[in-house]
Ligand binder design. Structure first.
Ligand code: B12
Length: 309
């Protein structure tokens, strides 16, 4: 993922205390009180998984002041004055895209997440806006296309890194799987949906861009998902879309839902089958996912073949 090998998968209480600028004794107390999840080494020393440390920072509102203590200095670099989000994260991100300062751009996205912003808000907001501005450059020449492609790659790196910071859902959690409509080359919407759903507590299976109906049906058989997402970023006619959704519904486990979204969904699409929901944003997806999980009676057995994250 372009991140060097110094990132620490497990931290000592001292590392985390230093990163957060708090005392080691406070940190050990929080660990012993169960506020931070810890494991013990064979010798009885406390160890904190990086994902649990980041979750604690997000939930407590404590800032990671010294990322180097976690080995994250490459991902959360010190920002230059011009990159401070005073002018707004979207402006700073767009400026970093323009000069292909991918470290700063990746740092802005990862920092916003680590500081407590949700993946959905980040993607519907700053990331979408900055990409939208980069997307207007292609008409003005080849350099614009270079900026756009580099910006997408930087977002992929940042999202993959954020995904690695999300603790794995338990084997009893339902699977969410999905991908983009056949012929749709856009990679980010499906990845964002996967990260949003992983963050909500699903086991995510992202099948990426241009996913034909037949292949998605095989995946539904294999993973028995509780939720399927379909991203549609290129103009697609309503009848083709409805046929795809009807075929998927036939193979879905009982009570499973399908969510549909993206700029290529025909405006005002009607007559969607029951259990198919057209959502307008990643924030709506996050809310829908939380609702599904809250209503769910937990499985006694993990679904067969569910090999997700
Ligand atoms: C990156 C990009 C590309 C890249 C994609 C690279 C890749 N492999 O992914 C490439 C180079 C392939 C590309 C090609 C083209 N592109 Co283009 N592209 C973009 C750009 C800059 C970003 C798109 C993106 O990934 N955004 C990030 C995602 C996460 O955001 P989003 O798509 O807006 O989705 C949000 C919501 O719709 C929703 N959502 C999306 N999916 C889903 C799914 C679910 C389930 C839910 C709940 C929500 C949801 O949540 C998201 C976050 O808020 C946009 C700019 C823009 N304003 O969108 C132009 C843009 C979409 N492209 C455009 C154009 C014109 C093209 C080309 C025709 C250019 C050309 N002449 O070659 C081709 C067409 C390709 C094709 N086959 O259709 C136009 C479309 C104009 C229009 N009215 O349709 C745009 C708007 C740029 C512009 N202003 O001109 N593009």
């Amino acid at each position: 993922m372009g991140v060097d090998g110094r990132i620490k998968a497990f931290l000592t209480p001292k590392d985390l205390a230093e990163a957060l600028g708090v005392s080691e004794s406070s940190l050990k107390r929080w660990a012993d009180d169960g506020v931070i999840r810890v494991s013990r080494t064979a010798g009885g020393h406390r160890r904190i998984a990086l994902a649990d440390a980041v979750r604690f920072a997000r939930e407590s509102g404590l800032q990671i002041e010294h990322p180097a203590a976690l080995g994250l200095e490459d991902v959360l670099p010190a920002r230059r004055a011009a990159d401070q989000p005073s002018a707004g994260t979207a402006d700073a991100l767009y400026a970093a895209f323009l000069r292909d300062d991918w470290r700063v751009a990746r740092g802005l996205i990862v920092s916003a997440y680590v500081s407590g912003e949700s993946v959905a808000t980040l993607c519907d907001g700053a990331m979408r806006e900055a990409l939208g501005r980069a997307g207007e450059l292609w008409e003005h020449g080849s350099d614009g296309i270079v900026v756009e492609h580099r910006a997408v790659d930087t977002c992929l790196q940042a999202l993959s890194f954020i995904r690695s910071l999300i603790p794995s859902a338990p084997a009893t959690a339902p699977v969410a799987l999905g991908g983009a409509f056949a012929g749709d080359p856009y990679v980010l919407p499906s990845l964002v949906a996967a990260v949003v759903l992983a963050d909500a507590g699903f086991r995510d299976v992202n099948l990426g861009p241009t996913m034909p109906t037949a292949a998605l049906l095989s995946a539904v058989e294999r993973y028995a998902p509780g939720l399927v997402w379909r991203t549609v970023s290129v103009a697609t006619d309503g009848d083709t879309l409805r046929r795809d959704l009807a075929a998927l519904l036939e193979r879905m486990p009982a009570h499973g839902s399908i969510v549909l979204g993206g700029r290529g969904v025909p405006p005002g699409i009607l007559q969607l089958p029951e259990r198919v929901h057209h959502l307008g944003s990643m924030r709506e997806l996050a809310g829908f996912a939380r609702g599904v999980l809250a209503m769910r009676v937990p499985d006694r057995e993990p679904p067969a073949g569910g090999a997700a994250s």
